[in-house]
Design a protein around this ligand. Structure first.
Ligand SMILES: *Cc1c(COP(=O)(O)O)cnc(C)c1O
Length: 502
């Protein structure tokens, strides 16, 4: 067992073995991701798994895991909102694993219950909320967005229909329920609408401007149209830091329009919430405190191990529909006697003390220390964008508002062909993965038709340097030339459609 007074001693040799195996696996990998095709890796994993037996299994499989990881601590691994966790946060997480507190009742997490509450108070302050706010730790933006929309549904539909939606369900008759979010918002908004009985079709995609920011005029129009059609606007979901380009929707305009139409405003700041740590970038989130609820994710721009999501509401009383009584977890007489319970704040029952590593990190580095890491990543993204701009074969497709930007490789030969350009960009990214050279993101601009494939760098490693990013971009251009050469060798010529882009 890992707890009690004997636990640390039992853990020590195992932790040493894990640390040695981590170093060994990373050295064998020798880059951001293991080289080779996926089926070769799968075969290797299956072989090692079958061979691991008894006491050696921990070392062998840890080394395998490290070897076979896409390692965000490698500067050439920069595809996703997948951060390298801070060593101090991982060490704190080890303490949580060893003690295994569960946040659903005080008698399973006496100190961790208070620590989570204290941390949430600090998070609320960071967002600009006052002491009337409430919140909970979540598995991430997906769960936080679901909670925001659930509370929106219960509040707004409840008020309009005069019934308690969490008990009676969504009314079958009456106005059509609508959620408004930008075409660049995270897919979990649609997922949440489906789970909440509104249906994905309830989500109205609002047009974005050239920078992929929600267009407030389009939002105003969509809300007016909903009112004209007798619909009920349940919520506006604004994104503070879109997953692809990190742009921030106009939060004040969204708040005004939502209020005007009686809709809840949820701000998905899963990515952009990290900007609150930086004096330089925090002003970009002006208006965030007007939101009825907010999603934050410290396992993105916050360097925490997964999961480190935070969900906050501006007013604790809007949390009412989630309140739960379970006689074996939070009996009223316990609460009256001063034993608090977080059960009614979460969708989950058993829940890890994910607040702990965030709390330790915040106390170790302070907001200033974390802000410096955010600024370093922002600087890196700006340097990367500059390097793309001055590269003859690369095209910059979005400016880095936070720490990410889109770009693509432009083939050297032939006139511009959108189908071929998409195909080469998609293929060069897979080529880099296969060679174990770099992990680059790939996405598509909103809209239809070919020519929308883009490459993406999401820079979350504050220890990476501009020279690292240049090396990465050089590898991209080289892989692009290699794809062109391979295409010519295979006898393809420009204009031919070839493999379809999905
Ligand atoms: C990552 C992300 C999510 C999903 O968060 P998870 O932590 O992966 O559940 C939601 N919204 C945005 C804007 C994101 O970037």
């Amino acid at each position: 067992m890992s707890g009690s007074t004997a636990g640390p001693e039992a853990l020590e040799p195992l932790v040493r073995a894990v640390l040695a195996a981590l170093a060994d696996g990373a050295a064998r990998r020798g880059g951001p991701v293991p080289a080779g095709p996926p089926d070769a890796l799968a075969e290797h994993v299956a072989g090692e798994y079958a061979a691991a037996r008894g006491e050696g299994a921990l070392s062998r499989l840890t080394s395998l895991l490290a070897y076979g990881s896409a390692d965000p601590a490698d500067p050439l691994c920069a595809a996703h909102l997948h951060c390298p966790p801070l060593a101090v946060a991982v060490a704190a997480d080890l303490a949580v694993s060893a003690l295994n507190p569960s946040q659903d009742s005080w008698d399973q997490a006496p100190a961790a219950t208070t620590l989570e509450t204290l941390l949430l108070g600090e998070m609320a302050e960071l967002v600009g909320y006052d002491e009337r706010a409430a919140g909970v730790l979540t598995s991430g933006g997906t769960e936080s967005n679901l909670m925001g929309l659930m509370l929106a549904r219960d509040r707004v539909v409840g008020r309009a229909s005069g019934r308690q939606v969490e008990l009676a369900g969504v009314p079958r008759r009456g106005p059509r329920l609508r959620v408004f979010t930008s075409a660049a918002a995270h897919f979990s908004v649609q997922r949440a609408a489906a789970l909440l009985g509104l249906g994905e079709d309830a989500v109205v995609p609002v047009a974005v401007d050239r920078d992929l920011r929600m267009d407030p005029d389009a939002l105003a129009e969509a809300l007016d149209r909903c009112a004209d059609d007798g619909g009920l606007p349940v919520a506006v979901v604004a994104t503070a830091g879109t997953t692809d380009t990190g742009v921030i929707d106009p939060l004040r305009a969204c708040a005004e329009l939502a209020a005007e139409h009686g809709a809840w405003l949820h701000v998905d700041a899963a990515y952009g919430g990290g900007a609150l740590l930086s004096d330089r970038l925090a002003p970009l989130l002006d208006g965030l405190a007007l939101a009825d609820s907010v999603s934050l994710d410290w396992h993105k721009l916050g360097w925490q191990p997964v999961a480190a999501g935070v969900f906050l509401v501006r007013r604790a009383e809007t949390y009412a529909s989630l309140a739960r009584r379970a006689v074996y977890l939070n009996p009223p007489d316990d609460e009256e006697a001063g034993y608090p319970s977080l059960l009614g704040l979460s969708l989950r029952t058993t829940r890890r003390a994910d607040a702990f590593s965030i709390a330790v990190t915040l106390r170790t580095l302070g907001r200033e220390g974390l802000g410096r890491l955010v600024d370093a990543c922002h600087d890196l993204a700006r340097a990367g964008a500059e390097a793309v701009r001055s590269h003859p074969r690369l095209e910059l497709c979005s400016e880095p508002e936070l720490t990410a930007f889109l770009f693509r490789y432009l083939p050297a030969r032939g006139p511009y062909d959108p189908v071929r350009t998409d195909r080469i960009n998609a293929a060069l990214r897979r080529g880099l993965l296969r060679e174990g050279r770099a992990v680059v993101g790939r996405t598509e601009l909103p809209g239809t038709g070919p020519g929308r494939v883009r490459l993406k760098l999401t820079l979350l490693n504050p220890h990476a340097t501009p020279a690292d990013v240049e090396r990465l971009l050089h590898a991209v251009a080289e892989a692009g030339r290699a794809e062109e050469a391979a295409e010519e060798a295979a006898g393809r010529h420009t204009g031919e459609t070839g493999e379809e882009t999905p």
